[in-house]
Design a protein. Structure first.
Length: 261
């Protein structure tokens, strides 16, 4: 683990009962520096290890001068590498029995823990896929976070899954996903000053329309909402035209950074 990160833990709702929160400070610390909290996608693993998408993105954001925190939800086990490319086996082994409500509670607990360490004056929540859904629900007016975030960034987050990807809804957590209307209603009550949404043109999980729908529903001025299509990127933003790359993360950092300072 990169020694520049320090780790705290929030109380988890499931399995091992832990929500690790890995925090990385900017090289040049500023009193006004923003905090960006990263929320991973469903069944995801988020840690500071080199090569981990969230760890790499955290380092890029920190290099720009912001604090960054990586939240990883509670689960039965954390040995993702044991399952190789068998994503379904991993999902069942680590998350069987976990509900969306429990996963959402973990996400909120992780964000609150990060804020407890750094502060909430200038906070962005950056959620990928399911993590973006958690961010939208947490930032709605009537419930969720104990404060109003400065901004929300979404990576591959839509209001409904493509029909051809519907088989994934049988997996743990996704089998209790709220209906589309709940997500859209939460977006209509979104609190915050800015909203970014990144979409990979080769996303096979969410359609562009479903991602744009969430952005359109948010009650923010048009010039405070941005929808950015990354050509050739997949749903996870790990590849462009099938080739592994960190270019997607560099693009995201380049878009987000001017909004933080």
């Amino acid at each position: 683990m990169n020694p520049a990160f320090r780790t705290t833990h929030a109380k988890g709702s499931f399995g091992d009962g832990l929500v690790p929160v890995h925090i990385l400070g900017p090289k040049a610390k500023k009193d006004t520096a923003h905090l960006v909290v990263l929320l991973h996608g469903v069944h995801g693993c988020a840690n500071p290890q080199p090569g981990n998408k969230y760890g790499d993105l955290a380092r890029m954001i920190s290099h720009e001068g912001a604090w960054c925190a990586i939240v990883e939800t509670s689960r039965r086990r954390r040995d993702r590498e044991t399952f190789g490319t068998d994503r379904d086996a991993w999902a069942h082994a680590a998350f069987s029995g976990k509900t969306f409500v429990q996963d959402h509670a973990d996400a909120v607990a992780g964000v609150e823990a990060a804020v407890g360490e750094i502060g909430s004056k200038n906070l962005w929540i950056f959620g990928f896929s399911l993590g973006g859904i958690h961010a939208v629900l947490a930032a709605r007016g009537q419930s969720g976070l104990s404060f109003t975030p400065s901004g929300i960034a979404l990576g591959g987050t839509g209001s409904f899954i493509r029909p051809e990807a519907a088989s994934s809804l049988a997996l743990p957590i996704l089998d209790t996903l709220p209906p589309e209307e709940v997500l859209l209603e939460s977006a209509r009550n979104l609190r915050g000053k800015r909203l970014l949404s990144f979409y990979g043109s080769l996303d096979l999980t969410f359609s562009e329309r479903s991602c744009r729908d969430l952005v359109s529903a948010a009650p923010l001025p048009a010039d405070s909402k941005n929808f950015i299509v990354i050509e050739g990127a997949d749903h996870s933003f790990r590849t462009i035209k099938g080739i592994p790359t960190i270019k997607t993360l560099e693009i995201m950092t380049g878009v987000l950074s001017p909004l933080l300072f």
